[in-house]
Design a protein around this ligand. Structure first.
Ligand code: NDP
Ligand code: OXD
Length: 313
């Protein structure tokens, strides 16, 4: 098979570096010259405009620029070719940093110390050890497992929830609908690393949050969402923070992004916000394995990290 051409289609950020690295080895089209460019074999995409892929007659593989592929499924004309998503140590480390940063900040009472500093208060609050705190990872996949491993090393107790039955040493695992409430009941800090699929949309509701452990070593339950904004109901989170169902939240993702200026989350004293920046795809690390996969595909070898379309991730 000949070296296939690539369509690079991105919205929301400047793809210059992605272009340079891909173009070092292959012919790259930034905008298809014609809507039906027959020379394009691969598409490398992040939120591509709807229906552009459907018009490429010889498209063989779609590469998602992110680990999440919900951005692709928004396209009503998504062709029926394999979709490869990002699975990379670099991304997992990046996400682990974010999760550990937020877990530690909540555990070590960062918000309280920041408030004390504002008022020049010298006071040491009671600090419970990590072993008294259970972190529940919702979505025990590539990123959830990486974060769990590091948190375990810090002494936290770990629970994990997945769609299918999973095992991980040192982690108490739960799965499926029947495992959800027991998982929440055993969790003080809920870390959401699920994909956005029809089954997970809106799952982080007030009703779900009220099942978290209240008698917690932290003095209340904590939510950290670095999965997707559409997993959560923003208004329910605000309600949960206001009525004490949640003590604090760290949110990297929101129902609408960028988070509208009118959102009460921006100024909520119990919310810590980052702008969908928990683990940004880094072309320097992600392009080389992508190009390797294209070479392997052309030698007739199987692709890695193919999305299960029926499951939606
Ligand atoms: P994986 O596919 O490796 O893991 C997904 C996990 O979620 C699996 O454990 C899976 O269960 C579980 N899951 C999926 N659907 C359900 C369900 N209906 N009920 C229960 N569990 C479910 O994904 P990654 O770990 O690589 O990535 C996770 C998500 O993180 C991405 O989809 C993306 O949305 C988000 N992300 C966010 C970033 C950011 O910067 N904020 C950066 C990168 C990713 P099972 O094990 O049974 O398959
Ligand atoms: C991803 C993301 O899915 O950056 O990789 O959100």
């Amino acid at each position: 098979m000949e070296k296939g051409r690539i369509l690079l289609s991105v919205t929301g950020f400047n793809p210059q570096r992605w272009h340079e690295l891909l173009a070092a080895e292959r012919d790259v089209v930034l905008k298809p010259d014609s809507a039906t460019d027959p020379s394009i074999t691969y598409a490398v995409v992040w939120k591509q405009p709807p229906n552009i892929l459907a018009k490429l007659p010889n498209l063989r593989v779609i590469f998602s620029i992110g680990a999440g592929v919900d951005h692709l499924f928004n396209d009503p004309g998504l062709p029926d070719v394999p979709i490869v998503r990002v699975v990379a140590d670099n991304l997992a480390r990046h996400m682990t940093e974010y999760v550990v940063w937020r877990v530690i900040d909540h555990h070590r009472q960062g918000a309280l110390y920041r408030a004390q500093q504002q008022k020049k208060i010298w006071h040491e609050p009671l600090q419970r050890p990590a072993e008294d705190v259970s972190v529940g990872i919702m979505g025990l996949g590539q990123l959830g497992r990486a974060a769990a491993r590091t948190l375990m090393g810090l002494g936290f107790r770990l629970n994990g929830w997945s769609r299918t039955e999973q095992a991980m040493e040192g982690v108490t695992t739960f799965h499926g609908e029947q495992g959800l409430i027991p998982f929440l009941n055993a969790t003080d800090i809920l870390v959401v690393l699920l994909p956005h699929t029809p089954a997970t949309e809106g799952i982080i509701s007030h009703d779900l949050l009220r099942h978290l452990r209240r008698r917690s070593a932290l003095g209340g339950a904590v939510l950290i969402n670095a999965g997707r904004g559409k997993l959560q109901k923003d208004a329910d989170i605000v309600r949960a923070l206001d009525d004490g169902t949640l003590k604090e939240a760290s949110l990297d993702v929101f129902e609408v992004e960028p988070l509208p200026k009118t959102s009460p989350m921006w100024t909520h004293p119990k919310v810590f916000i980052t702008p969908h920046a928990a683990a940004t795809s880094d072309p320097e690390h992600l392009i080389p394995p992508m190009l390797k996969q294209m070479d392997a595909f052309e030698r007739g070898e199987p692709l890695d990290h193919i999305v299960d379309r029926a499951a939606g991730y």
